[in-house]
Design a protein around this ligand. Structure first.
Ligand SMILES: Nc1nc2c(ncn2[C@@H]2O[C@H](COP(=O)(O)OP(=O)(O)OP(=O)(O)O)[C@@H](O)[C@H]2O)c(=O)[nH]1
Length: 388
């Protein structure tokens, strides 16, 4: 009897399997490695540009997850980046090289035997030249004048301590600079990275992914800058190096769709943090801002946006402040990433931009290397400016 039941079961399984194999138009499960990447590295899959997520049927992710084993390329070794703690101190030499002139000039001026009006004007000019902004520069001069009078004679150590305290006070030791990148409940944290093109957005997404992986987080990168295929390629490279998933769309695809898909996949894959790169270049300011607003709204259908990081190029001075104003009108910026601080002596921009937006600088870019992004800390920053 048992033998008969077993035989019947085997026949039924064989018939069902055969029928499934022979069924015409059988759909394959979505490949984990996207076959639609062309040899040039650009994705051929696309949703119609401008399509809204609401109009779309639930389909497999546009491109992804893209994994280290893409195509026939050899599987690169997955790197374990250094953790975030102490990075600014490690990168101190980089900062000291670019900001030292500013710090040294201030120290030299303040160490003069007599500090007359001309000397104070020079101190103010030095602060202004570092992009500190008029109001903070005046405030610093005023405070220092009072303190120098109280102090009477000054040793070099006194001067340094005085200036250090004043600069830290202006930068703001009390701001909450923590990056909110931890999962909450069943959802990953969402970080939206915005800014105009060329400021270092894509690079920042990649470097931030590394910072988080270095802190043992699981990260997914969403390439919603569909304006430039190279930006998505860049993110794939960043992701591949540290084993982070990447979701991308084709050039010209609807950025909101890609962002939506990235969050959906991030939730499915149970990552800790989804970092979304956005485009910084559209023909009109209104177009760019409408697009950004849409990306944020669409993401919020699935998860709260924890951080909106505005990337600003520290070398652009007042121009950067103008950009900051425009972005802050559209999205609720929660933190600033100041890139290229290694290439400018204008470290005062930290103070100016925080005043302008009322949000803290949370990260600083100090070079083109993969680990040249550091959480911003006022103490080590000022120490690097003033030198030892
Ligand atoms: N020296 C230096 N270069 C940086 C830093 N951050 C980014 N860069 C460089 O700035 C250039 C532009 O960076 P991207 O990340 O492509 O800029 P983006 O804002 O994404 O530009 P689009 O994709 O065109 O919108 C690249 O050459 C980066 O290596 C930094 O902190 N220091």
């Amino acid at each position: 009897m048992e033998f008969v039941i077993l035989a019947v079961a085997i026949v039924v399984v064989a018939v069902i399997t055969g029928a499934l194999l022979l069924r015409p138009g059988r759909r394959k499960a979505p490949p984990r490695v996207p076959p639609a990447r062309t040899s040039a590295g650009t994705a051929t899959e696309t949703r119609p540009a401008g399509a809204t997520v609401a109009e779309e049927e639930p389909v497999a992710p546009p491109q992804g997850p893209i994994e280290p084993s893409v195509g026939t390329m050899p599987i690169p070794e997955i790197e374990k980046p250094p953790p975030s703690a102490g990075r600014l101190v490690r990168l101190r030499a980089r900062l000291a090289r670019s900001q030292n002139t500013f710090g040294r000039s201030l120290l030299a001026l303040l160490s003069r035997d007599t500090l007359d009006d001309d000397a104070w004007d020079e101190i103010e000019d030095t602060l202004l030249a570092a992009d500190m902004g008029v109001a903070p520069a005046r405030q610093i001069v005023e405070d220092l004048r009072t303190k120098v009078q109280v102090l009477g004679s000054r040793t070099p150590a006194d001067v340094r301590e005085l200036l250090r305290g004043e600069l830290i006070a202006q930068i703001g030791a009390d701001w909450d600079r923590a990056l909110h990148t931890e999962r909450h409940g069943t959802r990953p944290a969402i970080v939206l990275v915005v800014g105009v093109n060329g400021t270092g957005k894509t690079t920042t997404c990649g470097k931030l992914g590394r910072v988080l992986v270095g802190d043992d987080r699981r990260v997914l990168l969403g390439a919603a800058d569909t304006f430039r295929a190279a930006a998505a390629d860049q993110l794939v490279t960043w992701g591949t190096r540290v084993g982070a998933e990447v979701v991308r769309g084709a050039e010209g695809a609807d950025p909101a769709s890609v962002a939506f898909e990235a969050v959906r996949q991030g939730i499915d894959s149970k990552v800790d943090t989804v970092i979304i790169d956005t485009a910084g270049r559209l023909h009109t300011k209104t177009g760019l801002m409408d697009e950004l607003g849409k990306v944020k709204r669409v993401v919020e259908k699935q998860a709260e946006v924890d951080e909106v990081l505005l990337v600003l190029d520290a070398t652009t001075g007042q121009n950067g402040l103008q950009q900051a104003r425009v972005f802050a009108e559209v999205v609720n910026v929660t933190g600033i990433v100041l890139t290229k601080l290694d290439g400018t002596a204008k470290g005062g921009i930290v103070v100016a931009v925080q005043r302008e937006l009322g949000v803290p600088v949370k990260l600083v870019g100090l070079g083109e290397g993969p680990d040249d992004l550091a959480p911003f800390e006022p103490g080590p920053f000022v120490d690097a400016i003033l030198g030892d």
